[in-house]
Write a protein that binds this ligand. Structure first.
Ligand SMILES: N[C@@H](CCC(=O)N[C@@H](CS)C(=O)NCC(=O)O)C(=O)O
Length: 226
């Protein structure tokens, strides 16, 4: 089966306009695909997903590499628009139909959401990913306990920064769930799935629980995998 083309599966929106169906390329158990799937749910956007990456392969084909030169998932195809990098996909989706609370309705709101999204990628992702690789991908007798301990300490320091920014109620930047909550929520799910009883402030745990109550989290993040 070929990858998507611009005129696949057109659908009518509420105004009767014809819009191309959003296509998400990527396996449903990839953390970066799951962030986008949860975001699509929060935005109430219809989409189709096609398995690519991991055991499904296809990401190293010329056809896929034309869409995403990194050969990674996710890739979003929206008519003639192709976007890769999960956080950028979320920003695009949030603005696709005009400014949204999910992506920020003002320049200040967008900057606050964006800074935490960049923080997820630049500060939180690497140490969480390293713990994930050690505990899930590396055989027990080959694990680097020093790396696990060092990254655990780093994550705890990062989560202390998050803790200081969290309000008592609601979400990271206010009363609405935003793309920042989605990308950080995926990281919290992964971390709490991998590390039993980490030394983390209860406010971070409660924030994680508020995120875990979202239908999109239940559908795409809490899938029985870290
Ligand atoms: N920064 C990229 C990272 C993408 C990435 O590393 N994706 C992983 C899955 S989470 C991947 O494609 N791995 C190879 C594969 O699944 O075949 C993003 O956020 O989209």
């Amino acid at each position: 089966m070929g990858l998507y083309t611009a005129d696949d599966h057109n659908v009518s929106n509420e105004t009767g306009e014809i819009q191309p169906m959003i296509k998400l390329l990527g396996r449903a158990d990839s953390s970066n695909v799951r962030k986008v799937l949860w975001g699509l749910d929060e935005l109430g956007l219809a989409y189709e997903r096609e398995d690519c990456g991991g055991p499904f392969g296809r990401v190293d084909t010329p056809e896929y590499l034309r869409l995403n030169p990194n050969g990674l998932v996710p890739t979003l195809v929206d008519g003639d628009v192709v976007v890769w990098e999960s956080n950028t996909i979320l920003r695009y989706l949030a603005e696709r139909q005009g400014p949204s609370a999910f992506g920020g309705k003002t320049a200040i709101a967008r900057a606050q959401i964006s800074q935490w999204m960049d923080w997820q990628l630049s500060s939180l992702n690497a140490p969480v990913h390293s713990i994930f690789v050690q505990l899930i991908k590396v055989a027990a007798d080959k694990r680097d306990q020093h790396a696990i301990d060092a990254n655990l300490e780093t994550v705890q320091k990062k989560l202390a920064i998050l803790n200081r920014a969290l309000p008592d109620e609601g979400f990271l930047t206010g009363s609405d769930v935003t793309a920042a909550d989605v990308v950080i929520g995926m990281m919290l799910h992964r971390f709490f799935s991998l590390v039993a009883k980490p030394a983390v402030d209860p406010r971070v745990v409660q924030y994680h629980q508020r995120l875990a109550a979202r239908p999109g989290f239940k559908a795409h993040i809490a899938i029985g995998k870290p």
